[in-house]
Design a protein around this ligand. Structure first.
Ligand code: SF4
Ligand code: FE
Length: 499
């Protein structure tokens, strides 16, 4: 099948007849639901840009399985150049949507599973990699979106999966049959789950003996029997139900998170990629997290570009763009944003070839990337709010502006720089509000903190990857630690001067 168009993608999601619940109700016409549609538009952008010649160098890749041109979101990275192009692609999409465009989670899951299934087969004589290769080719040839599902609800964090009072807080195998397995549980805050054709499930933490039923990875259609979705709320989401675009700030685009429930779902063996091999849960988690942490060095930077632009336009509309402290704040925002990008590029350029033949980002630098992302967007958002001014959260509504009597009053008192139409000033301030406090803040702020793992998860990986012993050896060598002290050569400064 050739690459899908934007319209074909949206229709294909509508055809799935997904089981989605929101505000206590089942949503049937979900692709046109005003809360959901902006998130669908975001993924649709990954199809739209792939059709445009000027973007095809970064949006498309050549499949190593078929030699065909495919959307990069279904690609298994074959070089460091591929890894770098991925980061650039994500920055571009962040710029075009000002939001989380969701498709990266599946791409990162596929790349992590590629090497882990290979290594599991080498070690245990399983045949997961062959099955997985067929599955990847199916996704590539049909230009599908796969939702990468890792995060379990986790219940009591002090207990391993097999000791949880309710084992369903981790996705697990409840039945093994000749033809496949039956799984039960849930995956929490699943990005883009209701906009995906397929679900690729992975374990969420390192596992140990006793956790065999929980060390499971598999794929299934997003509309498989027994799967349903409970849509996650976002700050200010009901503004999307008001029928006006002005107060939303970024009316056409937005992110999506959902609670995905597996209510005894049957998975044929052909789509099982790990089942009981507890020692491979940890590398799978680390590699997926590493890939996704590197992705943040692209997507959040693209959204940061939009926010820096919005703050600068707001400053112009307020008539303060030439003030030196405003210029300096814009420089600071740019410095922070480009630092995250530099990290994303660096961990890609330092990527390594895996035994399975694919390329993986440098894990230490990927974790450094994400650690910076847990901080810098907050500072960029703080500076944007500083520049925009308080009006971005105190403005009257679109309905007030439209009112015959009070509309002209709103217009008169919200005027900024003389030739700026008031409505445009309101639009740009609402965009800053959307990115820092509204629906997009889920993707730009909280997701920067917790997406792809909370800050402490990166610090654990940084400690593990930092090769501290090597650094200590460097210091000891230069200081001469452990070498005999030749004190007979000791001279006082005066004595050596006399000599
Ligand atoms: Fe992609 Fe970024 Fe959203 Fe993750 S947070 S799915 S990397 S856009
Ligand atoms: Fe994310």
């Amino acid at each position: 099948m050739p690459l899908r168009t934007r319209e074909e993608f949206i229709q294909s999601i509508a055809d799935l007849d997904l089981q989605i619940y929101m505000f206590g109700e089942k949503i049937d016409d979900y692709v046109d639901h005003p809360v959901i549609r902006p998130s669908l538009n975001c993924i649709a952008m990954t199809y739209e840009l792939a059709q445009q010649p000027e973007y095809q160098d970064i949006m498309l890749a050549t499949s190593h399985l078929t030699g065909n041109k495919i959307n990069r979101f279904t690609h298994i990275h074959q070089s460091t150049e591929d890894l770098i192009k991925k980061v650039k692609m994500l920055r571009l999409l962040g710029q075009k949507t000002g939001s989380c465009f969701q498709r990266c989670v599946g791409m990162d899951a596929l790349n992590a599973l590629w090497s882990v299934t290979y290594e599991c087969d080498e070690a245990k004589g399983t045949d997961y990699h062959e099955r997985f290769t067929r599955y990847v080719q199916y996704l590539q040839e049909n230009d599908l979106v796969a939702d990468g599902a890792m995060t379990d609800p986790k219940g009591d964090r002090s207990l391993p999966p097999h000791q949880q009072p309710d084992p369903d807080v981790y996705v697990h195998v409840v039945e093994r049959r000749d033809d496949g397995i039956v799984v039960r549980g849930a995956k929490a805050h699943q990005t883009g789950a209701c906009n995906s054709h397929e679900v690729v499930v992975m374990p969420t933490i390192a596992m140990r003996e006793g956790d065999e039923d929980f060390a499971v990875s598999f794929a299934c259609p997003a509309n498989a029997d027994g799967i349903y979705y409970i849509y996650g709320r976002q700050s200010c989401d009901t503004r999307k139900l008001e029928g006006n675009d002005l107060d939303i700030g970024n009316a056409n685009y937005g992110g999506q998170e959902a609670l995905m429930v597996f209510d005894d779902v049957f998975i044929p063996w052909e789509h099982v990629f790990l089942c009981g091999e507890v020692e491979f849960a940890s590398p799978l988690v680390e590699r997926f997290a590493g890939y996704h942490r590197s992705s943040y060095g692209g997507c959040k930077v693209g959204v940061g570009d939009v926010l820096i632009g919005a703050a600068s336009v707001a400053a112009e509309m307020n008539g303060v763009a030439k003030a030196s402290h405003i210029k300096d704040k814009v420089v600071e925002m740019t410095h922070l944003n480009e630092t995250m990008f530099a990290c994303g590029i660096a961990c890609s350029a330092e990527g390594v070839r895996m035994p399975a033949g694919n390329y993986q980002i440098d894990l230490l630098l990927a974790n450094i990337t994400k650690q910076n992302v847990t901080r810098f967007p907050y500072e960029i958002a703080r500076l944007a709010e500083d520049i925009a001014g308080g009006l971005m959260v105190t403005m009257p509504s679109a309905q007030d502006l439209a009112d015959e009597k009070i509309g002209p009053i709103v217009e008169k008192y919200l005027t900024g720089q003389c030739d700026t139409p008031t409505i445009d000033r309101m639009r740009i301030l609402r965009l800053v509000e959307n990115l820092t406090l509204g629906t997009a803040a889920v993707g730009y702020r909280t997701e920067s903190m917790h997406g792809a793992g909370s800050p402490q998860a990166q610090r654990i990986m940084i400690a593990r990857q930092s090769n501290l012993d090597h650094k200590k050896e460097l210091a000891k060598a230069l200081a001469g630690v452990g070498t005999p002290w030749q004190k007979e050569k000791l001279k006082t400064p005066a004595a050596s001067a006399d000599a």
